[in-house]
Design a protein around this ligand. Sequence first.
Ligand code: BG6
Length: 475
Amino acid sequence: MGLEKDFLWGGATAANQCEGAWNVDGRGVSSMDTIPVGEKRQLLGTGEYPVNEIDPVNEYYANHEAIDFYHHYKEDIAMFAEMGFKVFRMSIAWTRIFPNGDEETPNELGLQFYDNVFDECRKYNIEPLVTLCHFDAPIHLVKTIGSWQNRKMVEYFVKYCLVVLERYKDKVKYWITFNEINMTVHFPFVGAGVIYEAQDNREEIKYVAAHHQLLASALATKIAHEVNPENKVGCMLAGGCTYPYSCNPQDIWKAMGKEREGFFFTDVQVRGEYPQYAQKLFERNHFNIGITNEDIKILKENTADFISFSYYQSRCAGVDQSLETTEGNIIRSLRNPYLYTTEWGWQVDPMGLRITLNNLYDRYQKPLFIVENGLGAKDTVDENGQIDDQYRIDYLRDHIKAFKDAVELDGIKLLGYTPWGCIDLISAGTGQMSKRYGFIYVDKDDNGQGTLKRMKKKSFYWYQKVIASNGENLD
Ligand code: BG6
């Protein structure tokens, strides 16, 4: 019993939240660079807010410097190695490779940076797990062609994938196509760089953009397999099960609908075709998605090798409009009276992770990978320079126990676990630095002040023991 010997323990980040150096070495501007912190961030996230030029005088863009992983990667990867990481999840910034998205030739300096990062990982036998698109789209393509609502985007993305998959074929084996692909229907600007015009049929546009991403994901999978048949390519979902609020059949139906909002994507990426409820959704609403016979063939022939997902909380759904609601990763939920919430209102539910794993495995029988999980919390550095984040240890321990039960007692095939923000980074939802997830503290505040010094938290030493014991020692 226990986890497999080659279980991939590690941590996860994304280029737009940790690299900084947003305009260095030829990098172009991405959609995520245009989102300031504060209230406007929420507006831009929904696609309600017209994208403006970056306004460095009146606005603060936290990710422009972030934690400057771009210049600190050696130090950071050495610390990951010290914790015993077997895998490091990161993403490539599309705009480092093709600054505008539509150039003829890639930016060599951008390519070289990721060569260096992968070489550094390999030095410590850390397997890179690389997301091709973690929320970032070249702003040039957002402005000129409307980003993922335009089919042309597939072509540009494929070109970018051809370059990076070929270039890194001997350095990277594990790939993820789109981070939290279901974000596109909930938070279209973040998920797909979509900005609405007044006359737009918003619901239709979201699903058109989603189709283009699904198609692009299948094509990226195809290329990855052609370039190196050893490559393993995953889809990626903002996961978490949805419970019916009560046993009222109406609540159960509502919860089922919410689950299908996510399965909509994995059904296509894993089974290779749109499920019947998606087809009915398109029909009922007279959506013109533009799915061609060729698309259907591509989706069918290029399905994912594994299913990766983020898990922060479960959700609750029901028909009673008067019930209290709470925040969550992307999707608001009814407040579940059995659970406590984090400072940001995200409901904490380790058992929900076991349920999510079982739901996904029952449905698809494909290897699973938990590529995000963690507790966003405010940490304090005491007078001796120590950071006692016992609350984070407790959160992670309970979730590790839950996935171990799913593996050992329920028979789930799980490839690995990469807790989110293994080093503190910028929050995608709020732009805050103070919403910290890391084992490694980075000295920087919400206004961008700080030395960027890295410090080990209590959880750093705890996770080191967890990995060394392959999850047996969780004390
Ligand atoms: C996921 C994203 O939605 O959750 C990450 O893939 C994000 O990019 C993470 O950072 C945590 O969310 P937040 O809003 O706390 O940063």
